[in-house]
Design a protein around this ligand. Sequence first.
Ligand SMILES: [Zn+2]
Length: 157
Amino acid sequence: MMRTAARAARTVAVVALSAAAAACNTGPAKPAALGGSAEACRHCRMIVSNPRFAAQIAAPGEDPVFFDDIGCLSTYLHSAAARPAGSVAYVADHRTGEWVPAAVAVFTVVPSLETPMGSHVVAHVTAASRDADPSTPGGRAVPLSALFPPDISEGRR
Ligand SMILES: [Zn+2]
């Protein structure tokens, strides 16, 4: 667990490649695992039942804030007055379930795909991951700016 060497040099590649690797990074706030216990969506209070549609906001020294649907994260971020310093929003890669910083994720609206709260938005770490996901044909790409406030890019490090 003491994998601190060379972490700074790896940061860019880690963000680009996978959220699992990002868990080894001691820079920005790291995503928390969705445990077996029931986590409730901070916005709609529904249980986060499908980790592949989930999102979270991680912040240093704070409990993670989970969401069951990327649409709930979007609404929350637009309505929240302020987020803790150093907070980073993460979304699950729909194909792999791994956490990806929202600022670098690829978002797709898939009308035929039911998400927990009906946003139909899924995320992937890269376009390649999206294209390998059998759920996404028929979807259309959504720019980050259409989903989140401009300061979401704080997570891009
Ligand atoms: Zn929700």
